[in-house]
Design a protein around this ligand. Structure first.
Ligand SMILES: CC(C)(COP(=O)(O)OP(=O)(O)OC[C@H]1O[C@@H](n2cnc3c(N)ncnc32)[C@H](O)[C@@H]1OP(=O)(O)O)[C@@H](O)C(=O)NCCC(=O)NCCSC(=O)/C=C/CCCCCCCCCCCCC(=O)O
Length: 719
């Protein structure tokens, strides 16, 4: 777990050897302690260099160990002892120095970083704080404002920024380890006291309280209800106001509160869930590590609407040549100008030059005959999409992959009209596609493993979090959205307001409540879907729209809102009112209040006070209940996949872990009991009827999320 060598006759070189990221597991900590003891006691050794194997210094504490009882040498005394040693210790930072890895570097007397290295204290993103002295040493080294920013955001910084901030002593383009050894030899016999960061006095700004207050406000606004950043601020305050010996105790007290919290468990679950999602698997045995993706050099996008434009930008900025196709000259020109503007702004922000030379704009599908992959992003209309796929089938060479960006239509029906159903797959981007990280890769029953591997790998290349899902109406994300939206509108009928429901969801941690989100997405989208599925249309009596349709409860209020031309932000009116069309500042609208009151009186509904708890339970348990059904149906392979979709595509708060993890935190028995209660009260809402899988899991003693798969195995899989 750590290799010990003597180099240049007097430098002890300690190499951490715990692939893939040299995490500080109990065995690694043990090996560091032993190696340091050896080095400090060996008279031949005059200096020490610590580095990591395979070009990675250290990715921090072993997060997997947090789930069990803490074993092995504790980190704080180990690091204190390194700093207190009488021989100079130099950190040779290559790859990453994160969390505990960064804290290890901070106790070394000197730090040399490779120019490509990244450093940071990302503990806050895991619901904890840098509790191996990081909150006490970093402010002493670089001052309170800069330390606060790094610790409360968890941002990774480049070696160059670390040099500017005074975190590292030298940045090198050569082998950092070799440079560090030479550096160590020169450091021998130099006094070490000023190099022991814990002994430094924290440079304290005169307006400390005001600064801490301002950062607290900022953090509360950005991450509503999240505990870890607030605890980080308190720990940094200790570094400013207490000697190290007391500050480190405060750090440890604050860590103890966070460590066992539900938020920390949820955030650490999210870290692993995101990585698990990349490891897709099909019933055929094909999976991420045995299916080779094709290399994609060129792609075409059909349709330059909002989605198409975002997809073009996502592809071009990772170096893929893109042909963008529109049906009319005017649409093509508008799309082209928008794409160029987006790429230029994106390149400026990233400090690179815009890859405009990779783009071609055309009105002719004939230009697509040689591309490696096509993504269709036309209007959400099955007949139109089928026509496009038939045409593509004729035009593109036989090996071209044909992908659809549909948000819920049948991918297999599209595959069926082509000459290559095995090369057809869904790539469901989220709007705006160049910003949103989520990509649902929709595997049709005939999509080949190579096709799926290619779509997943292309998603990764574009920086997306890609999740493989099965083919059913709405796939995973949008299928689950229906019961969630339904509950919100039923609550409106019963007495709630859009702003009350949104506030409850935003206080829970959602980036946006359901009505604000719908206004942003456009209310006409759902209206069209309801019309197409026969739920509403010209046959419905506009004066007395029925509240039961297709054998179940139906809320006509969203249709009534759309009938008034209120389509959300884009029309300046929706569930809220906005200053102007396209405005984003949502204000409660008395007209909506009126509409709700008239509606209730027309149907004789006595409005009642609805608690935030009821809002959260009905919306979120209905959402998770559909997630259980999706697992039963084999549309998602694992609960982690569903959670990742909701975290990255729908603004579910990370500190809640996602709908499935949240259910397990609340307790599956409780979720079952509440769903039974609400279903009894609303028997005409089938989505509230607890799913068989939920019942099964409760009957099996409510196993942790990671074990649910064992209980789903026997069920049917569409993946
Ligand atoms: C940037 C990365 C390092 C690498 O990225 P990439 O190359 O893309 O690779 P990945 O796919 O992300 O990762 C590869 C695999 O490695 C696994 N991995 C990565 N990092 C870790 C890790 N730190 N631990 C374990 N495993 C890790 C990853 O899961 C992949 O494996 P798999 O595919 O899933 O199988 C990137 O990985 C990254 O960003 N990593 C995380 C970096 C990070 O967040 N580091 C901080 C960790 S927390 C920390 O360091 C904390 C330090 C303080 C410790 C103090 C401990 C004291 C405990 C005291 C508690 C007191 C309370 C007691 C109360 C009581 O009484 O109960």
């Amino acid at each position: 777990m750590a290799r010990y060598e003597l180099v240049k006759r007097s430098v002890a070189l300690i190499t951490l050897t715990n692939p893939p990221v040299n995490a500080l597991s109990s065995a690694v900590r043990h090996a560091i302690a032993k190696s340091m003891e050896h080095a400090l006691n060996d008279p031949k050794v005059s200096a020490v260099v610590i580095c990591g194997e395979n070009g990675r210094f250290c990715g921090g504490a072993d997060i997997r160990e947090f789930a069990g009882p803490l074993r092995g040498p504790p980190l704080v005394p180990l690091l204190d002892a390194i700093e207190a040693g009488e021989k100079p210790v130099v950190a040779a930072i290559e790859g990453v120095a994160l969390g505990g890895g960064f804290e290890l570097a901070l106790v070394c007397h000197y730090r040399i970083a490779h120019f490509k290295a990244r450093l940071g204290l990302p503990e806050v993103t895991l619901g904890i704080l840098p509790a191996a002295g990081g909150t006490q040493r970093l402010p002493r080294l670089i001052g309170i404002p800069a330390a606060l920013e790094l610790i409360t955001t968890g941002r990774h910084i480049s070696a160059q920024e670390a040099l500017k901030l005074g975190i590292v002593d030298q940045v090198t383009e050569q082998n950092a380890c070799e440079v560090a050894v030479e550096f160590a030899l020169r450091a021998v016999a130099k006094p070490l006291s000023s190099r022991r960061v814990s002994m430094l006095t924290t440079p304290c700004p005169p307006d400390l309280d005001a600064l801490l207050e301002a950062v607290t406000m900022q953090v509360k606004k950005k991450a509503r209800g999240v505990m870890a950043p607030l605890a980080c601020i308190q720990a940094v305050r200790a570094a400013a106001t207490m000697p190290y010996s007391k500050g480190i105790k405060r750090e440890s007290e604050l860590m103890a509160t966070l460590f066992n919290s539900g938020q920390a468990r949820a955030l650490q679950y999210c870290f692993f869930a995101q990585r698990t999602a990349g490891k897709w698997t099909l019933p055929s045995g094909a999976q991420w590590n045995n299916s080779k993706p094709r290399e994609i050099r060129s792609a075409a996008i059909i349709g330059l609407g909002t989605m198409g434009r975002g997809i073009v930008v996502s592809l071009a900025r990772v170096g893929i040549s893109v042909i963008a196709v529109e049906s009319e000259k005017k649409l093509l020109e508008t799309g082209k100008q928008m794409v160029i503007g987006m790429l230029e702004r994106d390149a400026k922000r990233r400090g690179v030059s815009a890859s405009l030379n990779l783009l071609k704009f055309t009105l002719s599908l004939q230009d697509l005959k040689d591309v490696d992959l096509v993504i269709e992003a036309v209007f959400e209309d099955m007949a139109l999409k089928k026509r496009v796929f038939q045409e593509l089938s004729k035009v593109c060479r036989p090996a071209t992959l044909l992908c659809t960006n549909t948000s819920g239509l049948d991918v297999d029906a599209l595959a069926g009209v082509t000459d290559r159903p095995h090369l057809v797959v869904g790539m469901h981007f989220f709007s705006p596609a160049h910003v949103m990280k989520l990509l649902e890769v929709v595997c049709g029953p005939r999509s080949s493993s190579e096709t799926i591997a290619t779509a997943m790998s292309l998603g990764k290349r574009m920086g997306k979090v890609s999740v493989a899902v099965g083919n059913c109406p709405g796939f995973v994300g949008n299928r689950m959205l229906k019961p969630y939206l339904d509950q919100a509108t039923f609550l409106l009928e019963e007495g709630a307001t859009p702003e009350q429901i949104d506030k409850a969801l935003e206080d829970f941690g959602f980036a946006m409540g359901v009505f604000r989100m719908s206004d942003l997405a456009g209310l006409d989208v759902g209206w069209r879907v309801r019309k197409e599925s026969g739920l509403t249309g010209p046959d419905v009596d506009p004066k007395n729209p029925p509240r039961r349709r297709q054998g179940r409860r139906y809320c006509p209020i969203p249709d009534m809102v759309c009938e008034q031309g209120r389509f959300g932000q884009k029309t300046g009116r929706g569930w809220y009112m906005y200053d102007k069309p396209g405005g984003t500042n949502a204000k409660p609208d008395p007209l909506i209040q009126n509409l709700l009151e008239m509606y209730r009186s027309r149907y004789g509904i006595q409005p009642r006070n609805i608690s935030d708890q009821e809002i959260i339970e009905r919306c979120l348990f209905a959402l998770a209940n559909e997630g259980f059904r999706i697992l039963e149906d084999g549309i998602a392979a694992r609960p982690e996949d569903i959670d990742v979709i909701y975290l990255f595509g729908y603004g579910f708060p990370r500190h809640g872990g996602g709908p499935m993890f949240y259910s397990s935190m609340v307790g599956l028995e409780r979720v079952l009991e509440r769903l039974e209660h609400y279903h009894q009260a609303h028997p005409d809402v089938p989505h509230l009827e607890p799913s068989p899988l939920l019942k099964k899991l409760v009957a099996c003693g409510s196993p942790p999320v990671q074990k649910w798969r064992e209980h789903i195995k026997t069920m049917h899989s569409h993946l």
